[in-house]
Design a protein around this ligand. Sequence first.
Ligand SMILES: *[C@@H]1O[C@H](CO)[C@@H](O)[C@H](O)[C@H]1NC(C)=O
Length: 88
Amino acid sequence: MSALLTIIASFSLIGLGDNNPYKKCEDSLTSNGKDYKFFNLTKLSDDRYDKLPYSVRVLLESAVRNCDNFLVKEDDVKKILDWEKKSE
Ligand SMILES: *[C@@H]1O[C@H](CO)[C@@H](O)[C@H](O)[C@H]1NC(C)=O
């Protein structure tokens, strides 16, 4: 059982999990004939995103990319989006 959990955990760590609730934000761009996948946070259509400092945006992108509702939960993403409210 714990070996199975370890396998599931490592799959989500390298982003192979398919449970990402933010999959709709996945975008790709082509540069020098190579395709790159990334999470386009503009597609969150969330006003709070524009107000986040750059460093917090980087943190948010990582949380969205790794969100699997197992190690990283949607609630974690929402907490980061609420950074402004809680940053006093
Ligand atoms: C991200 O998504 C927005 C809205 O769909 C789009 O206008 C923008 O071009 C995208 N950004 C990139 C880098 O593809």
